[in-house]
Design a protein around this ligand. Sequence first.
Ligand code: AMP
Length: 296
Amino acid sequence: MPPRSDPVPGKSSKAPIAKTQILRTLPALRRWRAGLRGRSVALVPTMGALHDGHLTLVRYARRKCDRVVVSIFVNPTQFAPHEDFGSYPRTWDADLAALKALNVDAVWAPNVATMYPEGFATKIAPGGPALAGLEDKFRPHFFGGVCTVVAKLLLQVQPDIATFGEKDYQQLKVVTAMARDLDIATRIAGVPTVREKDGLAMSSRNAYLSPEERAAASTLHRMLKACAIRLKKAEPVAQTLIEGEAEIEQAGFAVDYLEARHAETLARIASIKDGPVRLLVAAKIGRTRLIDNIAV
Ligand code: AMP
């Protein structure tokens, strides 16, 4: 395939609209990748059901690299049997239209048999931030599944950068540690959380919320902000968190955790002086489990 002669998208308003390639097999992906010859490549891994949070990662990737590939793969190995793999929202047509509108160069959309062919027997077992006692405590299978699929995606695509949302803060730290520990030559770039007008972090799972649950869900971010203000005023950590939990329970949430952790190591902190501090929460409203976090 001859090298493309169009200018780097985003650098010129006259940049022609790139044709978005849909890649479904490893040979097709490898052919596409081999044709890029020295262009910088950004990968945006997703599970589809795209919203503006995902699209912000794509815009970031577009600014940083010559070529952008978005992966869409609902990864079965990061769901426990009782979780929502079967019902996870799948909105392929809308996803593709949104990615084409953003001038994405390729969509990598393998099926389960391509990612996990018969006889697949290798798993990554992350430590460090993956054992911080946050998401891992409630979803013990999760980070093993995430790391295995992300490692595969990074090896398949060989991107210069890969973008991950701060929305999934522990995941961002786990993937960053994995890339460092395994000498994967991709820069892991964290992108700030995109929120609805009332502060609720955008999430594909927000689609599960009833109108009443959706109205109550904004309490999560309000509570995080209020706790952050109290901690900045050096109010005691334990008392602040107990009262924060009570506030969201009042709004109808069942809390898995609300914790103040070191923003880099995710280690427990006794006081704000042990920071930089990140507040992280996971809570269920009805059948929907939501997570969120902010910097203090
Ligand atoms: P998912 O499809 O939920 O696996 O998410 C794919 C990527 O989008 C992950 O890196 C997420 O952290 C990121 N992401 C999801 N929601 C948001 C959001 N509201 N703001 C920023 N990034 C997000």
